[in-house]
Design a protein around this ligand. Structure first.
Ligand code: SF4
Length: 171
């Protein structure tokens, strides 16, 4: 499987998320290889996104990023990211930190909230110098992965079972 890819990838939150989950998925996503849209886990994610936290503003586009929720609270901007479970919480933290970093680069200070409506759970995410250094490394690695002529080999991991690329990788 090869594809030409002369432009730099759009370094959005989705690629940052997949970087923590699976490097092959980063390549597939960045190259526009469509996952199975009927995948039940994608459908569940869309449903949760549409039916929760209705008082907040939803799906705000900002540069290469898309925030699930945005609101103002006591003079501070709060950016929220909704997840269907906390199973991949490290990936979720990094994705949200990326959003906060993007905002900061544009002169906007914000704090983040990870929301897990099914588990009735939320977690605050604050941007630290350590997180920014880590993200700078992640961006470089994402660029390196997406510059490969073909995707990294599929490696079985705990995320494969629920992955929309499962059929592509393993059938
Ligand atoms: S099925 Fe597994 S190896 Fe393939 S993209 Fe998904 S997580 Fe990665």
């Amino acid at each position: 499987m090869t594809a030409s890819f002369s432009e730099s990838p759009r370094l959005g939150g989705t690629l940052v998320w997949y970087f923590t989950i699976c490097k092959r998925e980063v390549w597939l996503m960045a190259r526009g290889v469509e996952p199975d849209r009927d995948d039940e886990f994608l459908a569940l994610g869309r449903l949760i996104d549409k039916t929760t936290y209705n008082r907040d503003r939803h799906c705000i586009d900002f540069g290469n990023s898309k925030f699930d929720i945005m609101r103002e609270e006591k003079g501070t901007l709060v950016v929220g990211e909704i997840k269907k479970s906390s199973r991949s919480i490290d990936a979720a933290r990094l994705q949200l930190a990326h959003y906060l970093y993007e905002l900061q680069k544009n002169g906007v200070e914000a704090r983040g909230e990870l929301l897990f409506p099914k588990e009735k759970k939320r977690e605050e995410v604050l941007l630290s110098e350590e997180l920014k250094t880590h993200l700078d490394q992640v961006y470089q690695e994402i660029i390196a992965i997406t510059s490969l002529e073909s995707p990294p080999c599929a490696k079985k991991c705990k995320y494969c079972r629920n992955c929309a690329y499962n059929e592509l990788c393993w059938s």
